[in-house]
Design a protein around this ligand. Sequence first.
Ligand code: ZN
Length: 102
Amino acid sequence: MHIAFALAAALAIAVVVGRKVQKDRRRLLWDRAAGHRREHPLPVDSYTDIDELVRNARCHCGDKLWKRSESGLDQGLHVVVTECDTCEKVRKLYFDASGVPQ
Ligand SMILES: [Zn+2]
């Protein structure tokens, strides 16, 4: 009986640790992708491209992001603040719109 309990506890711990490792990995991949950090904005040719990219953007949990607000920053940098439908995390997407004709 004690062995069954120990195995069940070890399995539960392995599941929790496995989920944490997966979550950390997804977050790391998210942070490395273009457009997810101010220092590494995603270049765009038009503001329509920004709308389309935001519509197709996914949170690191896998669900869709929806646009809360957007604004232009200095030197053509454009930031869109989004929120995930599932985990409700607020994520910023950065775009380099310096090549967009005014
Ligand atoms: Zn999410």
